[in-house]
Design a protein around this ligand. Sequence first.
Ligand SMILES: NC(=O)C1=CN([C@@H]2O[C@H](COP(=O)(O)OP(=O)(O)OC[C@H]3O[C@@H](n4cnc5c(N)ncnc54)[C@H](OP(=O)(O)O)[C@@H]3O)[C@@H](O)[C@H]2O)C=CC1
Ligand SMILES: O=C1O[C@H](COP(=O)(O)O)[C@@H](O)[C@H](O)[C@H]1O
Length: 490
Amino acid sequence: MTTPAACCDLILFGSLGDLARRKLLPALYQLEKSNLLDENTRIIGVARQSLSSTEFCQQVEQSLNTFVTKEALDEQVWQRFSAKLQYCALDLTDEDAYDGLAQLLDAGTRPPICYFATPPTLFPVICDGLARVGLNKEPTRVVLEKPLGEDLASSCHINQHVARYFNESQVYRIDHYLGKETVLNLLALRFANSIFSDHWSHNTIDHIQITAAEQVGVEGRWGYYDQAGQLRDMVQNHLLQVLSLIAMEPPTRLDADSIRDEKLKVLKSLRPISQRNVREDTVRGQYTAGFVGDNRVPGYLQEDGAHANSTTETFVGLKVHIDNWRWSGVPFYLRTGKRMPQKRTEVVITFKSQPHNIFHETLAQLPPNRLIIRLQPDEGVEIQMMNKIPGLGKRMQLKPTTLDLSFYETFENKRIADAYERLLLEAIEGNQYLFVHRDEVEHAWRWIDGIRAAWEELAEPPKSYAAGTWGPVASVTLMAQDGREWDDES
Ligand SMILES: NC(=O)C1=CN([C@@H]2O[C@H](COP(=O)(O)OP(=O)(O)OC[C@H]3O[C@@H](n4cnc5c(N)ncnc54)[C@H](OP(=O)(O)O)[C@@H]3O)[C@@H](O)[C@H]2O)C=CC1
Ligand SMILES: O=C1O[C@H](COP(=O)(O)O)[C@@H](O)[C@H](O)[C@H]1O
């Protein structure tokens, strides 16, 4: 049995855009399918284009046909879902236009949840508009898409503007990685299993790798992407959130403040990367033409809309230190890139080797145990360990073996919900624990700005790597200089 979430008016600013069509509307449809939307909830699409609600419904149906699998589409669910859809054409830069929206809503019966899926430059304008018609008061909530700024200063500007009208308890900053099933499972893995929680520090862990590799390139978003680059697009948010969940101290409770406080402490403990260590501890790369699988793909500078002389990075490798008691001396190696051989997001925890090898006669070196947390795809957890090969021989023969727990098989083919389904549901329910606090965003930017400043000072172009490879050679060196290697090399 499932209980529907609280009744609300979900106002989708930017409802005709790419994010709404590809992610938000399909996620809402899936929530409807799972009977998680209250029957009186309304989904109000907002954009400038002049459309009737019927025409909006037709557009939503087209999006679902494109972005939801055929097996998941169901006529009865669509009838229920489409009955919830309404459209309100308005130019968000026109301050008088918000009156029409306010008239549609009744905050007394349905709390308004305003989802900002528009260009971020509009966020302050939307806040002004909502406040002008009194839509900033409780119980209104605002859900803000990333990127929240492009550096600390612009992020503070947006956050200050939002804070002028909304309390922090009304603000839901999206990092869609926090909605992923496996990212959430990091909490269960770490804090529900003493086998891990008791061995989670510099005492037993040698180093940690976090990889977020994508096969795709810039997917027609060259304009946005070239301004951002991989450091701001992926590291400032997703990778630092995963790192924080891996490295944080146990929260006292499973609530927003407890979890966010602990993540923030990690972000505050990141050792700055500056001119002093930028050369040894960072790698910037840009892809050239190559093959991803069997497909020949263009280089970054040949993508549609590209400027031939761009020096924006499409790959980042970092060696990160967390300067606190738990992680002293344990490097975290992060890498993320476009046009890599596989889509693969994973965390690899390498434990320290045994202090003494009693099997040296058959095995000169015992490989370390490794815990591999596959965040996507093929979600699961793997432990690499040594076992004896069965047999009567005089000498014990050992073999590296793997305990592999695939979530799909273990949980009886249960569908893994898309991150946006969970995040929309939590926003509707008023749970902030999977959303990012203002302080986290700002501390992450402060650290990222330091890296960007050091790169600027260095004034070196990104190192090239062929599409379909694991990044520039320098990424291998980043690990090799410490006598280590990336998971895919071993
Ligand atoms: N696309 C993606 O995969 C991702 C996007 N994001 C973020 O989500 C947000 C939206 O991105 P995306 O969907 O790609 O952007 P799009 O440009 O595809 O869509 C923007 C939407 O905003 C509407 N809009 C723009 N200006 C106005 C205005 N003045 N008044 C009313 N509506 C307006 C547009 O409709 P109309 O022109 O009809 O007004 C359109 O519906 C951005 O902040 C982006 O950074 C984050 C992660 C991934
Ligand atoms: O936020 C973003 O994330 C996607 C990768 O998300 P994933 O869920 O597919 O791992 C990335 O492609 C995009 O550039 C970035 O803006």
